[in-house]
Ligand binder design. Structure first.
Ligand SMILES: NC(=O)c1ccc[n+]([C@@H]2O[C@H](COP(=O)([O-])OP(=O)(O)OC[C@H]3O[C@@H](n4cnc5c(N)ncnc54)[C@H](O)[C@@H]3O)[C@@H](O)[C@H]2O)c1
Ligand SMILES: O=C(O)C[C@H](O)C(=O)O
Ligand SMILES: [Mg+2]
Length: 627
């Protein structure tokens, strides 16, 4: 046999082997029974294994459940039907929408505590209806009321009082396998400010989306609260508050606690991915820069939001029938210079520079497309006390005099003079885009002016879609951080209300990182995620004004984002493989095969077959052996 044909045979064998591994990992994950060491009521009281009335008669015999459940065996569909009838009644009897949403959250939360498989089946199948309950906006109300709503703990809590103990405390968590941690210190929960320990709610909500959108196994997610006190004076005085009633730790003391936490979780779960969530601006970037080259971590608010915003900005350019090369010509006014605003500004500038040739000059010139307005008005070089991140975006006095503007000019003045293509809000100020400002925005020189009212929750949105479409015009592009209904523009026309939320990226970033086994999460991987989102919508959709997918497609977009992240991790040689799929195997997969690999590794909400085994050393269970 010639060398050439030997090589061809060898490589086709290898490819067959990789295909075998892709389908094998799927078969194993889906069909391997779950080995448990429990019987009887202990199973019913464990949300990971409980199937309620869906336990079959043979299972009831095998697991000593006979007589512990009503006789009638139900299908999961019948169970869900019963649950939803109950939910509907609650909705009908509620005083108002807010009460109804909180009541629904309570009922769903109780189901989460009882039967995880059914909980996630409902969430996945009806994501459009229930994401606004387990995620924004209702989760914000839940965080505000958390101390009163608390019934059972979920996740882990580390406090300033646990210094020196964290390395051993992490072993109190029952699972040897944790893939995804979302951690918060509660210091800036959405646009609601410091909610202290009550912020754990957002970590739980984000992880619900990791399961529902990315198919991360719910037994391998861990929400974490680092309670270093709170500066919220109301909570400090509230006798019902469940967190440390001290002012927040600051400086070195604070950083040393976060350092200890990172060491502890990575020591127990070396392959875990940690998502930082809702840390106040003062710490968000500092901690990101401190850890991003050492640990598998990212900051969802800074990096995820930036990626989603840039994808939306590119979508708005496509909607104008323009080419990508036109993006660096867009004039963008950003209201809000916190960690989110900064993240978006930096990412949008980098994208413009790349389009212009990725050189120093392009990067330098791209800065002049942005106008940044914070609580004190337009930021110029005359401003003292601006962060190093914002400095490059401070307008030069010479430049702005040309526009008739000055340091501290109001948002209204900036919009009137600049006539921007895009008005983007990350200010956490509800209604900031007032009638006057929206009227001024009618003067935009763009053929399709775009409004991004990205602050959360709903009450913090800078404006509503009704206000935007009715004041600025039918032709605009609109996106908000929390969900709003589309607007009926009359004559059969619809004003599309896009949800520009980081939920379209973080699940895919996490899943892609996990399956690639990348050592760190690079800028390139984040960029790949954002580009994937921006290319996801069809020309037809974009022309209608739909620049983000509907939430009903979140599992599909997450799959595509994860695949893009894996491909980039391979290209950058950061991937190390995951389980049966080594780096070498991954490298051999083509685009479609990577997508298939991602899909096959997404957890499905199906009741597993449970097998009792009393030998605690039995270690071949991919679902994880749990007590
Ligand atoms: N859509 C998403 O996916 C997404 C993601 C992350 C954060 N957010 C939202 O972004 C918002 C901001 O978060 P943050 O962490 O940057 O907050 P932050 O408190 O750090 O920053 C707020 C910024 O807004 C500025 N501001 C306040 N009042 C203003 C006014 N009247 N005019 C102009 N600017 C004003 C402040 O000076 C500050 O620069 C929050 O509501 C959060 O929920 C949305
Ligand atoms: O939580 C959200 O809905 C988005 C974002 O992470 C936020 O902080 O507002
Ligand atoms: Mg957040």
């Amino acid at each position: 046999m010639s060398n050439f044909s030997r090589q061809v045979r060898l490589s086709s064998n290898l490819i067959r082997d990789v295909h075998y591994r892709i389908s094998r990992s799927f078969t194993i994950e889906c069909h391997r029974p779950t080995i448990i060491h429990k019987k009887g009521v202990d199973i019913i009281h464990n949300p990971w294994y409980n199937k309620g009335t869906a336990f079959s008669m043979t299972e009831r015999d095998r697991l000593e459940l006979r007589g512990l459940l009503p006789t009638n065996v139900q299908t999961v569909e019948q169970q869900i039907d019963r649950f939803k009838t109950d939910l509907k009644k609650i909705e009908m009897n509620a005083r108002d929408g807010d009460t109804a949403s909180l009541a629904k959250w309570r009922i769903l939360n109780r189901l989460h505590d009882r039967n995880e498989t059914m909980y996630y089946k409902i969430l996945i199948n009806q994501i459009t209806e229930y994401a606004p309950i387990v995620y924004t906006p209702t989760v914000a109300r839940v965080c505000q009321k958390y101390s009163g709503l608390f019934r059972r703990p979920r996740g882990m809590y580390f406090s300033a009082a646990d210094r020196g103990e964290m390395m051993s405390m992490v072993y109190n968590w029952p699972s040897d396998q944790v893939d995804m941690i979302v951690v918060t210190d509660g210091s800036r929960i959405m646009g609601l400010g410091d909610l202290g320990v009550q912020g754990i709610g957002i970590a739980i909500g984000k992880l619900d989306l990791y399961v529902a959108a990315a198919g991360i196994n719910p037994q391998r997610v861990l929400p974490i609260m680092i309670d270093v006190g709170t500066n919220n004076e109301t909570l400090l005085k509230d006798p019902r508050y469940l967190g440390l009633q001290e002012h927040r730790l600051e400086g070195e003391e604070y950083v040393s606690i976060i350092d200890e936490f990172m060491e502890a979780v990575f020591n127990r779960w070396p392959h875990v991915i940690v998502q930082f969530e809702d840390f106040q601006a003062k710490w968000a970037s500092t901690l990101l820069n401190r850890y991003r080259n050492t640990y598998r971590m990212f900051n969802d608010d800074v990096q995820g939001t930036a990626g989603v915003a840039v994808a939306g900005l590119l979508g708005a350019v496509r909607a104008q029938d323009k080419m990508m090369i036109d993006f660096p010509k867009q004039n963008i006014v950003v209201a809000g210079a916190g960690s989110e605003g900064v993240g978006v500004l930096k990412a949008a500038r980098r994208t413009m520079a790349r389009i212009l040739g990725n050189n120093k000059h392009a990067f330098k010139s791209a800065r002049s497309q942005f106008w940044v307005v914070d609580v004190n008005g337009l930021i110029t070089e005359e401003r003292t006390n601006v962060s190093d991140d914002i400095k490059p975006f401070a307008r030069k006095t010479k430049e702005i005099t040309r526009w008739g503007l000055k340091e501290g000019a109001t948002l209204l003045e900036v919009v009137q003079e600049v006539k921007p293509d895009v008005l983007l809000g990350l200010s956490a100020v509800g209604g900031l885009f007032s009638k006057e400002i929206l009227e001024a925005f009618r003067g935009s020189t763009s053929t399709r002016p775009a409004i991004f009212a990205l602050s959360n929750p709903t009450t913090n949105a800078e404006c509503t879609p009704e206000e935007a479409f009715s004041i600025v015009g039918k032709n605009i592009i609109f996106a908000s951080g929390s969900p709003f209904k589309d607007v009926d523009l009359g004559g059969g026309e619809i004003g599309y209300s896009n949800q520009g939320n980081n939920m379209y990226l973080f699940p895919g970033i996490g899943l892609g990182t996990l399956l690639s086994g990348a050592r760190i999460i690079s800028d390139g991987m984040l960029q790949a995620a954002s580009e994937c989102l921006s290319e996801y919508m069809t020309e037809d959709e974009v022309h209608k004004g739909i620049i983000y997918p509907p939430i009903s497609r979140i599992r599909d977009i997450t799959k595509a984002v994860a695949a893009a992240v894996i491909r980039e991790a391979i290209d950058e040689r950061l991937a190390e493989g995951y389980r049966e799929m080594s780096y070498r195997d991954l490298k051999r997969l083509n685009k479609e095969e990577i997508l298939m690999h991602v899909e096959n590794n997404m957890w499905q909400p199906d009741y597993p077959t449970l097998i009792y085994n009393n030998r605690r050393t039995f270690k071949h269970n991919l679902q994880g052996i749990r007590e």
